[in-house]
Structure formats: C-alpha cells, structure tokens
Design a protein around this ligand. Structure first.
Ligand code: VG1
Ligand code: CO
Length: 543
C-alpha cells in the first residue's frame, strides 16, 4: 500500500483553543480541513514513525468518519500501531488512561466536549501527549505553526477499518487494535476506591440518579454503577451515546441538566445526583435539595479524599484554575499542603501532576481530577463522592454544612454572555484592562477594590510563562470578580464573568447565592461597563 502525498495549503483558523481545535462540524468536513490539522499535529510533535497512538472520541456526529481518516494518515506517516475504542468510543479520561497504561506516544481525542453535537453543531480534535495529558502550550504552538506552513499531507487509500469488532487488524503496515472502551478504565476505578463500601451503601437502599446526557459516559456509568456496584437499574439515565446527544447540550450544570435538578429538588428525591459532559471529563454533583458548586466540590473532595484507599495517605498538594473559588485553598492551608493557582485549561496541571507536587486538581467549570490520569475525570469524581458518602455515613447537605462551618463558605457563580460580537467583547476586556491600575482603593457598589491585575502564570516545574489569562479584581473582605474570554466556543465570543465572596459568619452560611453575591455582581458590571458595551442586560447562562 503506497501512501499518497496530497498537495494542500494552509487553512486559516486552525489555532487550538483552551482544549484542542473546535469548529462547526461542517467546517471540519470541508475538503482538507481535518487532514491538514491531523498532519500538522503529526508534524508538530515531530512525527509518529514507529509509534503507537490511542484514537477515540465521544461518539458525536463525524466521530467515525474522522477516525477512519486519522487511521489512514497514521498508516501513511509510518506509525506502528493504533489502539482504538470499540465503535470509535473513548471518554477523555479513559483515553488518557489508555495512553499511559500502554506506554504510547499519545492519542487523538475527537470531541468538542460540552459543545452540542450534530452536523449543524460542533466538532473537535485534540492531541494528548505520552503522559496522557493535553499537549502543552509549547507543543500546541508547534502544531499551530505547522498548520500555517503545511504544503502536503500523507494518507493511504484503503477500505474502512471495522471499528466495531474487538481484535487486531492491519491497515498497510499499521496494526489497529480495537479494544473495549470501558474495561481498563473500570479496572482503574476499582483500584482507587473502596468498591465494597460503595456496594454496601447501594445495598442499604441509597438511591442515586446519574444523567449521562446522551453522551459518552453512559456505557461507563452503567457498567460501573449498575453492573458492578449494584445501583438500581435505571440509576443511569440518558445512557446511550447519540451523535447529537439527544439534541441536547451535554454540559453538566444546573441550566443544561435541569431535569436532574428538578428531580433532586422534588419530592422523594434520590440521595445523590450527578451528571457528566459530552466526553466524560466533567461532573456535576447535587445532593437532595443541595447543589454543590464545582469549586466547593473540589474543596470537599480535598478535605475527605483520605476516606478512599488511593488517597489514604493524604494529598501531596492541590491545584485549581485561577477563576475557581478559593474554597480549596482554605482546606489546603489547614492540611499544611501547597495549593497552586493555574490558568484555565487542564494542560496547565500536567507538569504539577507529573512532578508529584499535587494529587487533586479542579476547575470551576465542573472539572475535577487526580494523578490517576492527566485529564479531568467526571465518573472518578462521582465515585470519590460515593466513597466519601459511604465512609462518612453523612448526606451531601450535612457534609457541605460542615465544610462551610469549618472553612467559611465561598459563594460562587459564573455568568456567561454568549455569542457576543468579537469586537464588543474585546472592547469590554481592553477597557477594563486599561483601567486596572487605577482601581485599587476605589469604591464601587459599596465595595472597596484591594487589587486589580491581569493573571499570568509561571510554571514552577518547566519555567514556561503564560500571559493574559484573565482580569482579576479583588475586594475588601475576600470577594473577587474575574473576566475572561472563552477559548472553546465556535461562534462569536463568550465573556465569562466569575464572581465569588467568602462568608465566615456562622449565621450567614445559608443564603441564596444570588443574594450573597449581589454586591459583587453590581461592582463587576459597573467596573466593566459590560451592559453598555455589549448591549446585553443579562447573561445567557448562570452556573
Ligand atoms: C472551558 C472551561 C475550562 C475547561 C475547558 C475545557 O474553557 O472554562 O475550565 O478546561 O472548557 O473543558 P473556556 O475557554 O471556554 O472557558 V471540556 O470539558 O469542554 O474539554
Ligand atoms: Co469535557
């Protein structure tokens, strides 16, 4: 089988964002678009000759077609092997685990994560390195440079590989192994947690609802929660992955997982509720009439991780993305361990995890994970919660109340203004950036600004520097507002406004978040002039 070399030219707009390249599905399906980007990844990482790579995705529309193209290109570029999830399915954390377990050169993960799927929705592709984590900023820059210089790509002409049958076949000189997407991951989970205790919890009548949102986590959750741990049949809902996620928005937050929220706040609700996103790396946690913000979930997991066998000896340290609330910082301080503040996106946690500086990491966007893989991991977080609930015998609401009593409560909310015209979004950011230096000491909406800066991060392990990672404004008493532009959208710009306020008085720990955060919201809107500059009087999504 002779590889074809196909002449091409650079296609504008192939710059990866927070997590790989995301575009409209139809854009990915345009001539040469996918091929150019795959060849640029291969060139950007220095080639794949003799290597084995993991390939899989979240099952969205175009997943299977794109996998066939990637396999033919791996064959043409001299790769030795590909490990592919059956049916083209691999959740992001399962892919990360396979990359590590098999000692491969990395992997191609096909997903636009929480973005909707379908021919008129979104598609995405990202490359994870040999440590199982998202390509670093440095590698990403090389991939992008390759997209701007590309003149040809290599591909073999061949029949489709059968992705549905477990076993090994060949495509030219490439050996293609189709594996069960769940088995290795399930085994890893069993090695981390006390499955016996969780099984006993379910056997005692504990009820749970897990909303897989028609996305990739369905098969994983059904196998682990229902088949292995004995949760009642029907615990997992929307558990069959569909190419358009049942026409839904697979983003696990109170807005998009409203059915689950309604059930958890209704009469006779289950004890525990959870949801995950398109590619299975995010999690939402909700107890009976008790929503847990992702920032609080990270803090709770840090405080109680020792209840699970894998973390029984304590944590090396923790890390959170900058916009995530400071709740976990307070837990880390009490435990005498380091807490790192990184830019948004999982790629920044990799060096800290590899160096053994941190054990747990998290983001306010419902991502939590540990050193067991190099991605955030939705089902892992749910299992750690279950292990904690089983071991403590307490409810979600009791655990949260105790956490807040011990450490204070970080009221937290994120307001998203989606599909804003790019120049208007830039006007908000540029205007605020220009005023930052003048803000400390000023009073706004009854709050006094204590600091205002643009976040930059110096990686303590590899010394790399990431600039322009969001605008931060701190207020007296520990409140904070953060502004940044999303790097995962496919149309227009999304302004994210993150709001937080620490409350330590015992009689003020039970307010609605909107009430507690009202002054911070008012101050943030005044300081940014967001409404006037964008013409928007309210956010599209509040989480
Ligand atoms: C968003 C989240 C960020 C997360 C990223 C990828 O990025 O804010 O915390 O790491 O999505 O998550 P942005 O740039 O849109 O704010 V996933 O689950 O969509 O891969
Ligand atoms: Co995701």
């Amino acid at each position: 089988m002779q590889p074809d070399t196909v002449a091409t030219q650079p296609i504008a707009g192939q710059k990866p964002g927070t997590s790989g390249l995301r575009k409209k599905t139809r854009t990915f399906m345009e001539p040469h678009f996918l091929e150019n980007y795959v060849q640029s990844i291969i060139d950007g990482i220095g080639g794949v000759v003799g290597q084995t790579l993991v390939v899989g995705g979240d099952g969205r529309y175009f997943n299977d077609r794109a996998i066939q193209v990637i396999l033919r290109m791996l064959a043409a570029n001299g790769a030795a092997g590909a490990v592919v999830g059956q049916g083209g399915i691999l959740s992001t954390p399962a892919a990360s685990h396979l990359i590590r377990k098999r000692g491969t050169g990395g992997g191609f993960i096909l997903s636009a994560s929480h973005n909707p799927g379908g021919i008129d929705a979104d598609f995405g592709l990202k490359f994870n390195g040999p440590n199982g984590g998202p390509a670093s900023e440095g590698v990403t820059a090389k991939i992008f440079a390759a997209t701007e210089a590309i003149t040809e790509y290599r591909i073999v002409e061949a029949q489709d590989v059968d992705l549905d049958t477990i076993g090994t076949s060949t495509l030219g000189d490439l050996s293609v192994e189709i594996v069960n997407p769940v088995a290795d991951y399930a085994e890893l989970m069993e090695s981390l947690f006390d499955f016996g205790k969780i099984r006993a919890l379910f056997a005692s009548g504990f009820r749970m609802r897990f909303d897989a949102m028609h996305a990739v986590t369905g098969p994983y959750a059904t196998a682990i929660l229902e088949d292995t741990l004995g949760a009642a049949t029907g615990t997992v809902i929307n558990g069959t992955p569909s190419p358009d996620f049942g026409q839904g928005h697979p983003d696990p937050n109170p807005v998009w997982a409203k059915t689950l929220m309604d059930e958890m706040y209704g009469d006779d609700s289950p004890d525990f509720g959870a949801a995950s996103d398109g590619d299975g790396d995010r999690n939402m946690i909700v107890g009976r009439r008790q929503y847990v913000t992702p920032s609080d979930s990270l803090a709770l997991l840090a405080a109680h991780a020792h209840r699970a066998p894998a973390y029984a000896n304590g944590l090396a340290g923790v890390a959170r993305s900058m916009p995530t609330s400071g709740a976990v910082d307070r837990v880390a301080e009490a435990q005498g361990i380091d807490c790192y503040e990184t830019p948004t996106g999982w790629k920044f946690f990799g060096t800290l995890l590899d160096a053994g500086k941190v054990t747990l990491c998290g983001e306010e966007s419902a991502g939590t994970g540990s050193d067991h893989v190099r991605e955030k991991d939705g089902l892992w977080a749910v299992l750690l919660w279950l292990n904690i609930l089983a071991d403590s015998g307490q409810s979600v609401a009791d655990l949260m109340a105790a956490l807040w009593r011990d450490f204070g409560r970080c009221y937290y909310s994120r307001h998203d203004y989606e599909d804003v015209e790019v120049d208007k979004a830039n006007a908000v950011m540029d205007g605020l950036r220009a005023r930052l230096a003048t803000l400390p000491g000023t009073q706004v909406a009854g709050l006094t600004v204590t600091f205002a800066d643009e976040f930059a991060y110096d990686d303590p392990v590899d010394g790399s520097r990431a600039e322009a990672q969001g605008l931060r404004i701190g207020f007296e008493g520990g409140a904070r507002a953060v502004f940044r532009l999303s790097g995962t959208g496919t149309v227009g710009a999304t302004i994210r406004m993150y709001l937080e306020r620490l409350e330590t008085s015992a009689d003020a720990l039970d307010q609605p978040a909107e009430t507690a955060l009202r002054p911070v919201v008012d101050a943030a809107l005044t300081l940014s002039d967001l409404a006037a500059l964008t013409g928007r009087d309210s956010p599209n999504v509040i989480t």
